[in-house]
Design a binder for this molecule. Structure first.
Ligand SMILES: Cc1cc2ncn([C@H]3O[C@H](COP(=O)(O)O)[C@@H](O)[C@H]3O)c2cc1C
Ligand SMILES: O=C(O)c1cccnc1
Length: 353
């Protein structure tokens, strides 16, 4: 079986989240000891968690993990980011050493950090939290040719899916957060969002790590050239990924598909994971029933992608880092949304039934 077929097989494994449990949780919220609707969006989130688990009340997720997917990008040669490629490998080392923003926030919310090398260009030291599944040492320049081959894109999707499966099946993880590391990776994120939402590059392209006006204009031009060169077809998500995506974007799509197939909620981070969710949703529309938008990144493509997916972000903190940082901050909200349904007394318990 080809790797593409295996991705398709995984997509077919995703079951729709349970409408019955969603309705039951909605009923329960009306009965709990509070004015109806007073917990705001936490009520709808709790009902969605019930749907994902297929039962109301839903279990309270107590074992979260972030999967930081890392890769490098040939399009960096066009000057779309001010940072050198070597920062990607250095930051992967930093994730393993515990000194990155994602590590500090993971410790705050009690999440494990797992790092997946699907496409880093440099040498990496071995480390227990680092999974090596390097498909190739970075993509090619997507503005001059395909970023990667279709089978390579499929291999990266399956690498992400494999890590998610291991965390859930052997590690007891019941809540996944996706994160990214890869210098220049906001360029393929914009290209994916334009290709899959039909918004033009001027709207989906942002300043990434913090580029000036001149570099932003160049970045928009590079994304436009890539779209003109490939004419990506939204009906062929793997083709879109291979033409204008990135290896970590592919791996994140794989984590989403496997999380959904296992019935585990997946919290998105910023624009890179938002673009990957568009790919996952195009491969398996039902996977979106298991996806939660953790926060709204400052990158303009983030809002376009989330609107297209029909997802409302839980937090809006003006963050634009990636790594999984904004997604992790939403973990306590997700846990609280489930715990409210599990632990609150009802009005009837209080004698007001
Ligand atoms: C030190 C450092 C740490 C980071 N952690 C995440 N990113 C984020 O910034 C990069 C994408 O932005 P652009 O497309 O502008 O290059 C990615 O590596 C992303 O994960 C970082 C970037 C840097 C420089
Ligand atoms: O939205 C993000 O996650 C993001 C923004 C800028 C750079 N890297 C990531």
């Amino acid at each position: 079986m080809s790797l593409e077929d295996r991705v398709r097989e995984l997509a077919v494994e995703v079951q729709p989240s349970g409408e019955g449990a969603v309705a039951e949780a909605g009923e329960r919220h009306l009965a709990l000891a509070k004015p109806p609707g007073s917990l705001g969006r936490l009520e709808g989130l709790g009902a969605r968690l019930a749907g994902m688990a297929g039962e109301s009340p839903p279990p309270v997720p107590g074992s979260p993990a972030v999967v930081v997917c890392a890769g490098d990008h040939g399009v960096l040669d066009r000057g779309v980011s001010p940072w050198p490629r070597e920062v990607t490998a250095a930051m992967v080392g930093n994730f393993c050493g515990g000194g990155a923003a994602v590590n500090a926030i993971a410790r705050t919310v009690g999440a494990r950090v797992s790092v997946l090398d699907v496409g880093v260009a440099g040498e990496l030291e071995r480390h227990p939290s680092l999974r090596g599944a390097r498909v190739r040492p970075g993509t090619d320049d997507l503005s001059r040719g395909p970023a990667m081959g279709r089978e390579e894109a499929a291999r990266a999707v399956l690498a992400g899916a494999g890590v998610a499966e291991e965390l859930v099946e052997s590690g007891g993880v019941d809540l996944l957060v996706v994160g990214d590391m890869g210098i220049a990776n906001t360029t393929p994120a914009s290209a994916l969002i334009s290709a899959l939402t039909d918004h033009p590059p001027e709207e989906t392209t942002g300043r990434g790590t913090g580029i000036d006006d001149e570099t932003l204009n160049l970045k928009v031009r590079v994304v436009r050239e890539a779209l003109e060169l490939h004419g990506p077809d939204p009906a062929d998500p793997l083709g879109v990924l291979a033409a204008v995506g990135g290896l970590e974007h592919a791996a994140i799509a794989g984590v989403i598909l496997m999380g959904a197939a296992c019935g585990v909620p997946v919290i998105l981070d910023g624009v890179v994971s938002n673009s990957a969710a568009l790919v996952a949703g195009a491969l398996a529309p039902d996977s979106l029933g298991y996806v939660i938008a953790g926060h709204l990144s400052v990158e303009p493509g983030a809002k376009i992608a989330l609107d297209h997916l029909g997802l409302e972000p839980l937090l809006d903190l003006d963050m634009r880092l990636g790594e999984g940082t904004g997604g992790l901050l939403a973990v306590p909200l997700v846990q609280a949304a489930a715990r409210l349904l599990v632990e609150m007394a009802t009005l009837e318990d209080l004698g007001f039934g």
